[in-house]
Design a protein around this ligand. Sequence first.
Ligand code: COA
Ligand code: MG
Length: 302
Amino acid sequence: MSKSTEHHPVRLRRSVLCVPADNARALAKVAELATDAAIFDLEDAVAPERKAEARAALVRHLSESRPDCEIVIRINAIGSGFGQEDLAAALAAGPDAILLPKVESPADIQAAADWLTENDAPETLRLWAMIETPRGVINAPVIAEAGRTFGGRLDCFVVGLNDLRKDTGVPDRPGRPYLIPWLMQILLAARGGGGLDVIDAVFNDFRDADGFDEECRQGRDMGYDGKMLIHPAQIGPANERFGVEQIAVDEARAIIAAFSAPENAGKGVINLNGRMVERLHLDQAVTLAAKADLIEQRKTRS
Ligand code: COA
Ligand code: MG
């Protein structure tokens, strides 16, 4: 929970629902859902022969109706033949972020960031990156550094395990034992680079609620901010597992109050009810309390 907030303000990204852009019913449904973010997908969820239709439908949909959540558009890879038109359509649709698939090097981020700047994209438009290939995992640390550079647009990593399993031969097993080293490597790269958020991969079997819950707990315990989802039934459980616990919020508020007491002004370390608390804990507490406030605001809106 302690991340650099210098470039990246605290956001709620507990639930990140993927929505195929060519599915009109799914597009319409998003407005009713309590997802923190929606990824409108032009890539893997859309067949090649429907790419143009999906692109047009998405631009039309977002011009008529904007869900009350963070809006992200996943484009096809720039070199795929669809990517350049997707990027232009995404910019026109005005999302909060554009998600680049199969990012393998800082140059992939730089190319998109440069194109956005040249095309007068607002500075607030962020880039997210899918880390889902062997080279993407190997290069995650240098890719994450782009969070500090290239206009600072890079904001979030999303892990893609379906692609990574396909490219590496690691099978899909409960508990993901042989994938954990890579998941932790990506987490460390994101935090050590630009202080990025990181979203855990999709859980394919959307009728298996127990298996999903187990994987959410695992992602949370690995330090992930949220989970990429494929079905509305996964939103509530993800919000719960990646949310904040009341006891931790109370403790965070006590730490904030203690450091703002006049007798503790200028102190680096204090005694809080018999426990040593340092200023690094204050940073963590401020982030956690900010997240709790955002969750409250979302509850009162819905
Ligand atoms: N986003 C928004 N709404 C969704 C949704 C999604 N990802 N998945 C399902 N829904 C809606 C359905 O439209 C349906 O609503 P409706 O009754 O108003 O039409 C409701 O939720 C229940 O859906 P259900 O019948 O259980 O599932 P389905 O058979 O319609 O869809 C999938 C199952 C897997 C095809 C669908 O969930 C899906 O396409 N998920 C996203 C896949 C994706 O994006 N993959 C690429 C990234 S990994
Ligand atoms: Mg993928």
